[in-house]
Design a protein around this ligand. Structure first.
Ligand code: ATP
Ligand code: MG
Length: 272
């Protein structure tokens, strides 16, 4: 026979989070690992880890909030999840617009509120708020956004957890400017910028790591991109490499260069 006390005990102690451990949850967002394509990656992870340590330190305030911003496809979500993973905080919750599709403004606010309330109960909590501008229903045409959700988030981003509790909030956005206009930037402890790949060396590092091209092909590519302007997000580049993987080996280099050019990721320096 199971009574109410047993049930509550199980709820408290035995039931694993619905979507697995903190690490399982975060691994979904780092699906393809982190390729160290250049100095920016090292710096973001280093800084992120320092802020996570600050959040854990006993002598500091209980709240550290980090905004990871950069262009679409630059790898913001994966880096945020990696920093959360490195922090090793046992309680992790992800607040993402995907999970709130179709929610009314009120339901959205309540749901965000609940995530924070749950976090306050744990000693070391990490909340990942992915794609803030989408969570706020921001649309560039108009422009419009949910003011109710914005106010809720602003309050929560500034609210200290109860004494003795530590909270690390990591947010991502590809609309730094918009958050600035909403006066949200100042709510963060720090802002870390994630850039696109912008050097031949960055590109080559990723191509090498993908193990799709031979050394001779990598040399050929180096030669072909020499002196050109490179600008591409890691997510887009990895998708492109996946496509190349499927093409005839003899066509791979030309296909890569053509695709990069078509996407505007590879340009002659004269063009702007
Ligand atoms: P969006 O603008 O659509 O939100 P995003 O900037 O959040 O995109 P991610 O969803 O994080 O981009 O996609 C990055 C993908 O690239 C992930 O699958 C990740 O595992 C992989 N990846 C490999 N190396 C890196 C790296 N150095 N930094 C970030 N992501 C990386
Ligand atoms: Mg993202």
């Amino acid at each position: 026979l199971v009574n109410r006390a047993d049930f509550l005990h199980a709820l408290e102690h035995d039931i694993k989070p619905a979507f697995g451990t903190a690490e399982d949850i975060l691994n979904q967002y780092v699906a393809r690992g982190i390729i160290n394509w250049g100095a920016p990656v090292t710096h973001i992870l280093e800084d992120g880890n320092l802020f996570a340590q600050q959040a854990r330190a006993t002598d500091t305030s209980g709240l550290v909030s980090v905004l990871i911003e950069g262009p679409p496809n630059s790898g913001k979500t994966a880096l945020a999840a990696q920093i959360a993973k490195n922090s090793d905080f046992p309680f992790v919750k992800v607040c993402s617009p995907e999970e709130m599709v179709g929610f009314t403004e009120t339901a959205k606010c309540l749901s965000i509120r609940k995530i924070f309330d749950d976090a306050y109960r744990s000693t070391l909590s990490c909340i990942l708020v992915d794609n803030i501008e989408r969570l706020l229903d921001y649309g560039p045409i108009g422009p419009r956004y949910s003011n109710l959700t914005l106010q809720a988030l602003l309050v929560l981003l500034k609210k200290e957890p109860p004494p003795g509790k530590k909270l690390l909030v990591i947010c991502t956005s590809s609309r730094r400017q918009v958050l600035e206009e909403m006066e949200m930037l100042s709510a963060f402890t720090t802002v870390l910028h994630v850039p696109n790949l912008s050097k031949a060396e960055h590109l080559l590092n990723v191509l090498e790591a993908s193990e799709v091209f031979s050394n001779a092909e990598l040399k050929q590519i180096t030669h072909q991109v020499h002196g050109k302007r490179i600008f591409i997000g890691i997510k887009k580049l990895l998708a492109l490499i996946d496509m190349i993987r499927q093409t005839d080996e003899r066509m791979r280099v030309i296909k890569l260069i053509t695709k990069l050019e078509e996407d505007g990721a590879l340009e002659d320096p004269g063009m702007a």
